[in-house]
Design a binder for this molecule. Structure first.
Ligand code: DX5
Ligand code: ZN
Length: 233
């Protein structure tokens, strides 16, 4: 059983990291996908949970995560795009998630839930949709380990990156708590990752730009290098 500190340390030591989004993987061959991600030295795996209510799409839930857990020791970064995350928290903890991110649009007053996630030894994340203002989430960043900035409308992979969200990354890096992990999700690829890294992002969720490529390992190291180059400027 890992503690909150151990999990957060593992995540931070992995940064900058590319978190492949399992929404875009081949669900007909999960075993093979996990093997390829392992070979690509994936340290953070992004798990998109959708309920067909908070977002107009349905993906997978705890049963699938539980089985993936048996095949991997990487950091499981669960992104809950569901309406009542508090109701299902126990389940996601039980199946082996390392981090749980909830949306401020689903939980308008997330303080208690974020504390609850941390008290279970997990990394606590708060996410914002592209059209939600930074001010809406700013008061809760102290209660979170991770801030997830959505750069597409949540629900589907393969959408176009919305550049107006970059200012939220910058605002969080400049005014948020020290050491906050800042993640961006949606439309991240070779042409969009650098501007997010330069603004202060350190965890980059990538669906199409990993899973639609012939070699995951090459795609991920190329993206990671671009992020490191942009951070260094
Ligand atoms: C969208 C999901 C993303 C998505 C990313 O709701 O949260 O993680 O799968 O896919 P790409 O990288 O293709 O935009
Ligand atoms: Zn996601």
């Amino acid at each position: 059983m890992q503690t909150h500190e151990e999990r957060l340390d593992f995540l931070k030591q992995s940064l900058p990291a590319i978190g492949p989004s399992m929404l875009k993987c081949d669900f007909g061959n999960l075993h093979r996908e996990m093997e390829l991600l392992h070979r690509a030295q994936t340290r953070v795996l992004h798990l998109d949970v959708m309920d067909g209510h908070f977002v107009p799409n349905l993906s997978y839930g705890p049963m699938v995560i539980e089985r993936l857990r048996e095949r991997s020791r990487t950091f499981f970064d669960a992104h809950l795009m569901i309406s009542n995350p508090q109701q299902y928290l126990d389940e996601y903890v039980r199946v082996g998630c390392d981090g749980i991110t909830v949306h401020v649009e689903a939980v308008p007053e997330p303080t208690q839930l974020l504390r609850e996630i941390r008290s279970r030894g997990l990394v606590a994340g708060i996410a914002v949709n592209p059209d939600t203002e930074f001010e809406r989430v700013a008061p809760f960043l102290e209660e979170a380990d991770l801030f997830l900035v959505m750069s597409v409308q949540p629900g589907f992979g393969g959408q176009k990156f919305l550049p107006h969200v970059v200012s939220k990354i910058q605002a969080a890096r400049e005014t948020g708590p020290q050491g906050l992990v800042i993640s961006v999700d949606g439309g991240i690829g070779k042409s969009t990752i650098s501007q997010c890294a330069a603004a202060g992002c350190d965890l980059f969720v990538a669906g199409s730009s990993v899973f639609d490529q012939p070699c995951y390992s090459e795609a991920m190291s190329e993206l990671r290098q671009l992020a490191m180059d942009a951070q260094a400027v």
